[in-house]
Design a protein around this ligand. Structure first.
Ligand code: SAM
Length: 292
């Protein structure tokens, strides 16, 4: 295993606020991992949930109970779909970047992502995981109990990505002269437009030509469903965290700042994986290559 900071955090401690969203993504990966037609295998996702049993209410058992949830169920379906497709899409993106020569990847807001442990990385690959201290503390405690072994050189860096984080990443060993595969998965929505632009500016400053970057673009659901969701008390814990990121402006921002972006429609990506898109789903991904 690569270098790791010693961080506070105890398995079983509730992760609150935006940190809890990492558990939500892990819950989706745990469920997907149980499917016979799964798009990826994440054996660690269930371990994170088991370590935080108080995090989510029981799933309704019957179809009637689920139907009674109305828009909440529709949002749940869209979120599940979104998180599954993006996990697989970014798995493929990162492995393609590694295959084309990048030997370092930076997972911004890595949360409880276990790609460092589960993907077949090429020899010499270094993966940096950045997130808030409480998330990484919880993660390391759970992974230590799994006896897990990374399949690359794995380094965690505890930072607030709204602040000054680039120095910590350089100090942790990122080589700014070499191309990097950057991933900001499930992050920008929790940042304001200014915070997102600052984050992307920092990424640009550390990106050698040929570096790559990927993140989500656009709303994950129709505006009607999102409006309904914002009105649901049960969703307030999550919707209050949504700050919008760069909104629809992301690819224009990238073009103006030294990147060549490509947009990927989520429904088309899903179709390529043999998955049907739920009616109220929307949005997609942007991938970009550093040109300067
Ligand atoms: N990428 C992971 C995944 O898909 O499983 C986690 C996604 S989760 C929806 C959002 C993550 O963003 C959480 O782990 C949260 O702690 C992290 N995050 C949000 N704001 C952050 C900030 N200002 N600095 C560092 N991490 C942040």
């Amino acid at each position: 295993m690569g270098s790791q900071e010693s961080l506070p955090g105890v398995a079983g401690t509730a992760l609150g606020g935006v940190a809890k969203t990492a558990l939500g993504a892990a819950a989706v990966r745990a469920a997907e991992t149980c499917r016979p037609d799964r798009l990826f295998d994440d054996p660690y996702a269930r371990r994170f949930l088991d370590a935080a049993p108080e995090a989510f209410p029981e799933e309704p058992a019957s179809a009637e109970d689920r139907a009674a949830l109305g828009p909440l169920a529709a949002l749940g379906e869209v979120f599940y779909f979104h998180a599954v497709i993006r996990t697989r899409f970014y798995d493929d993106y990162l492995l393609a970047a590694a295959a084309s020569g990048s030997r370092q990847a930076v997972l911004l807001a890595a949360g409880l992502d276990t790609r460092a442990l589960r993907l077949p990385w090429p020899r010499g690959m270094r993966v940096f995981e950045l997130d808030l201290p409480e998330v990484l503390g919880f993660k390391e405690t759970v992974l230590a109990g799994c006896g897990s072994t990374p399949r690359c050189e794995r380094t965690i860096v505890a930072v607030d990505l709204r602040g000054h984080w680039t120095g910590a990443l350089l100090a942790a060993g990122l080589d700014r002269a070499a191309p990097t595969a950057w991933l900001a998965e499930g992050l920008l929505i929790y940042l304001t437009a200014d915070e997102a632009a600052r984050l992307l500016t920092g990424i640009g400053e550390l990106s050698a030509p040929g570096s790559r970057l990927a993140f989500e673009q656009g709303d994950i659901a129709s505006s009607a469903l999102l409006t309904q969701g914002r009105g649901l008390p049960a969703m307030a814990e999550y919707t209050s965290l949504w700050k919008g990121g760069l909104g629809q402006d992301a690819s224009r921002w990238l073009s103006r700042h030294g990147w060549r972006p490509t947009l990927h429609d989520r429904a088309e990506v899903a179709a390529g994986y043999g998955r049907t898109t739920p009616a109220a789903s929307g949005g997609g991904f942007v991938t970009a290559i550093r040109t300067w």
